[in-house]
Design a binder for this molecule. Structure first.
Ligand SMILES: Cc1cc2nc3c(=O)[nH]c(=O)nc-3n(C[C@H](O)[C@H](O)[C@H](O)COP(=O)(O)OP(=O)(O)OC[C@H]3O[C@@H](n4cnc5c(N)ncnc54)[C@H](O)[C@@H]3O)c2cc1C
Length: 431
């Protein structure tokens, strides 16, 4: 099928009338403008948890794909972010043979504790739901997934690509062009589908024509300073200090590394937070009489997150399907973002396989609605929990009292607690 001419920024270039067979390449154009043209079934933009999972599952099912990633392999294998993975996600990864590292090294977590006005409220969501989180640093999961996709399944991946551009999304043969890091050569890959898994700052969703997707956004109006400390855990479970100064939080990561959060004014700079100030404020917000003191250590990373959520609707346009943070951001209030990204990845892979294996496109047509059902449940939970966390520091005594009432009901009422537990652990989120 002919595709005419495509534009990349200021230049335009010819592409072959028919794409070469999958995996083969031809050079198109002249000297400096030469482009290497190849084809595959699915181009996956972004080697995060969503993109790598889709890649590995497609390869295992015998569907060709290519992954493009702007960063180096070393960088993505060391980039720390999430840690809390819901049990259903772990079981799904396990069914696909992708959870060996996780099951061998993750720490189970089934309780968290809120501290307010010197009192301690332990929420035993594991007992209430029968399920728990697995704590496994995101960079280790990414490392496992890169190995599973690229090394074990021989999946092609281009690291360090630049100037990624998507073309012909509403045609039967879309394509993705990029510049390869090793050669500086421009490539164009023609495909059947594009999986846009390039995170919150990617290009995929911006390739969609104006008006075809809408972004629904909520700003919390505060920042969270995300901190990694070289320090053993301060508690066996997550801690949330609800304080007039703002939230202070501790989360398990590994025996030597701990994650802390401090709510700060929106737009604050980490430079305003030297070592002593960070620890003194964490002590102020988190320590209560009768509890172990925080275990302090060197600060390895401090960065201020602009706390907001968004959802892109619909998550599909033509042959482009978004997955993960490119389609929805969940501020790290309820530890939902990576879990939602993996939910998308499983759904999208199933839909693509229904296309390739049964010629059934109904799953692809329903992908956006199916994914968004869970995304909105997670967004609602994030919003609900954030009000407990931010109410006490809002300066509004009404919000502070509502937050306290919500917290007491969650911990004191088994019925309410069970419902919250189901949402926190993600078993009750497909409605
Ligand atoms: C501090 C913090 C703590 C968190 N804690 C949790 C938690 O405990 N539990 C949880 O579930 N979630 C958590 N999250 C959220 C989680 O990290 C994200 O939701 C998750 O990374 C989303 O995965 P993804 O694959 O969609 O996107 P990403 O992991 O962002 O991957 C996208 C990839 O695309 C690449 N890319 C970007 N642009 C391009 C381009 N133009 N071309 C090609 N590649 C591109 C990026 O380099 C990246 O590798 C946390 C987030 C933060 C910041």
């Amino acid at each position: 099928m002919g595709r005419g001419r495509c534009g990349t920024g200021d230049s335009s270039f010819d592409v072959p009338e028919a794409p070469p067979p999958a995996g083969q390449s031809v050079c198109v154009g002249h000297d400096a403008n030469a482009e290497r043209a190849t084809s595959t079934s699915v181009v996956i933009v972004g080697a995060g948890v969503a993109g790598l999972t889709i890649g590995r599952l497609l390869r295992t099912a015998g569907v060709d794909c290519v992954v493009l990633e702007t960063e180096s392999r070393q960088f993505i294998e060391q980039r720390p972010r999430a840690g809390f993975i819901e049990e259903w996600v772990v079981r799904a990864l396990e069914r696909h043979g992708l959870a060996d590292g996780l099951l061998a090294h993750a720490t189970p977590q089934s309780e968290c504790e809120f501290r307010m006005d010197g009192a301690r409220y332990v929420f035993r969501y594991g007992e209430l739901s029968g399920h728990h989180h697995f704590v496994y640093p995101q960079q280790l999961l990414v490392t496992d997934l890169v190995r599973a996709y690229a090394d074990d399944a021989g999946g092609p991946v281009h690291f360090g690509v630049t100037d990624v551009a998507l073309h012909g999304l509403d045609t039967a043969q879309p394509s993705v062009s990029f510049t390869a890091s090793e050669t500086g050569e421009r490539h164009v890959i023609t495909c059947d589908f594009i999986a846009g898994c390039d995170g919150a700052r990617g290009v995929s969703r911006h390739a969609v024509p104006e008006g075809a997707m809408r972004v629904i956004r909520h700003d919390f109006g505060v920042g969270w300073m995300a901190i990694l400390a070289e320090a053993p855990p301060s508690s066996s479970h997550a801690l949330f200090g609800l304080h007039p100064h703002g939230l202070g939080a501790f989360m398990h990561r590994s025996p030597d590394i701990s994650r802390y959060y401090l709510e700060v004014p929106a737009g604050d700079s980490p430079d305003n937070w030297p070592h002593e100030r960070v620890w003194s404020e964490l002590r102020e917000r988190l320590e209560v009489p009768g509890a172990e003191p925080l275990v302090e250590g060197e600060l390895l990373e401090k960065r201020v997150l602009d706390m907001h959520n968004y959802v892109v609707e619909p998550m599909s346009y033509g042959r482009l399907h978004l997955a993960g943070d490119s389609a929805h951001l969940l501020a790290p209030v309820g530890a939902k973002g990576m879990n939602a990204a993996l939910h998308d990845a499983f759904l999208l892979t199933d839909a693509l396989l229904a296309h390739y294996e049964q010629g059934d496109d109904s799953r692809l047509a329903g992908y956006s609605d199916d994914a968004l059902r869970r995304v909105w449940q997670y967004q609602e939970f994030n919003q609900w929990l954030a009000e407990i966390m931010h109410g006490p520091s809002s300066g509004d005594p009404f919000r502070a009292q509502v937050a306290a009432a919500r917290l007491r009901r969650m911990v004191d009422s088994a019925t309410n607690g069970a419902s919250v537990a189901g949402l926190y652990i993600g078993i009750d989120a497909d409605h």
